[in-house]
Write a protein that binds this ligand. Structure first.
Ligand code: URA
Length: 256
C-alpha cells in the first residue's frame, strides 16, 4: 500500500487506530508515546513524526502537526484519510489572563479564528468549537489527576510574534491593525494564545470529525516573559497526562 504524501504512512500502519494525539512538536510525539503500551515510531518526515501504541488494548497514534494552521491542516486531512476520527491536540500556550498560572492547563472550548487556514474550510462566521464529549473527558481527566485547569476561549493565531502582539520581534514593530489586540482579547475573556486549535476545530467540525485541545501554560503575558525550563516541563507533562487520561475515558465510553 502506498504511503500517504506528507505523513509517510499507510492505513495498515495505523492498525485501525481511531484516536490521534496531535502535538505541534515532533519530539513531543515520542514523549506522548511513552504513555502508550508497546510504542513504536512509524514515520518521520519534515515536521510530521508519528508513533503508534496501545491504550487499554486500543491502537492510538501521536502525530506532530508542526507549528500553525497550514501544516496542521495537512496532518488532519491525511490522518482522516487513514481512518482517524478523534483528534486530541496536546500543545503549549501563552496565557493572557492574570489568574492563570504557569504549569496549569487550558482546555479550549472554542477558538477565535485568527489562523488563516480555517478559512479554507468554512467562512469566518462558522464557529471553531471543540467536540463536547472530548472536552468533557479532558475536564474529567484534569479533575481526576488533580491538575489545575481552565476552560474557555483561545485566540488561535497565524503568527507567534505579530498576531500575539509581541514587540520583541526583528523590527520590534506590530502593524497598526494588530496593536491593542491583546488587551481586547483580555477584555473579551479570552484565556490564551496558541497557533493550531482554530484550524483543528474548524476542519474537524466541517468534516464530521471530532477534536479537543489541551495546552500547558508556559508563559503568562501579563507578567514578564521568560522561559523557565522546569515549568515548561511541568506544563508539558500536565497537558499530556490530561490528554492520555481523557482518551482512556473516551475509549471506555466508546466515544472514540
Ligand atoms: N505558543 C504560542 O503560540 N504562544 C505562546 O505564547 C506560547 C506557546
Amino acid at each position: 500500500m502506498a504511503n500517504i504524501y506528507h505523513l509517510h504512512l499507510s492505513k495498515k500502519d495505523l492498525r485501525g487506530a481511531k484516536i490521534a494525539f496531535v502535538p505541534g512538536d515532533p519530539d513531543r510525539s515520542k514523549i506522548i508515546a511513552q504513555a502508550f503500551d508497546r510504542p513504536v515510531e512509524l514515520a518521520r518526515k519534515r515536521e510530521y513524526c508519528t508513533w503508534l501504541g496501545y491504550l487499554d488494548g486500543h491502537p492510538v497514534v501521536a502525530t506532530s502537526t508542526g507549528i500553525g494552521g497550514g501544516s496542521t491542516s495537512i496532518a488532519i486531512e491525511e490522518l482522516a484519510m487513514l481512518g482517524i476520527t478523534t483528534f486530541i491536540r496536546v500543545g503549549t500556550t501563552g496565557a493572557i489572563q492574570k489568574h492563570i498560572k504557569l504549569g496549569d492547563v487550558v482546555i479550549s472550548t472554542g477558538s477565535v479564528r485568527l489562523d488563516g487556514a480555517s478559512e479554507h474550510y468554512a467562512p469566518l462566521a462558522y464557529p471553531a468549537v471543540a467536540d463536547f464529549n472530548i472536552t468533557r473527558a479532558l475536564v474529567d481527566a484534569a479533575q481526576r489527576k488533580k491538575i489545575a485547569y481552565h476552560t474557555g476561549i483561545t485566540a488561535s493565531c497565524a503568527t507567534f510574534y505579530h498576531g500575539q502582539e509581541r514587540y520583541d520581534s526583528f523590527r520590534k514593530y506590530v502593524p497598526r491593525s494588530l496593536q491593542g489586540t491583546m488587551k481586547e482579547w483580555q477584555a473579551l475573556n479570552v484565556m490564551n494564545y496558541e497557533m493550531e486549535s482554530a484550524t483543528l476545530f474548524t476542519a474537524c467540525a466541517a468534516n464530521g470529525l471530532k477534536a479537543g485541545c489541551v495546552a500547558g501554560v508556559i508563559v503568562n503575558r501579563t507578567q514578564r516573559e521568560g522561559v523557565h525550563e522546569e515549568l515548561v516541563r511541568k506544563a508539558e507533562v500536565n497537558g499530556l497526562t490530561v490528554a492520555v487520561e481523557g482518551a482512556r475515558q473516551l475509549l471506555k465510553e466508546k466515544r472514540a
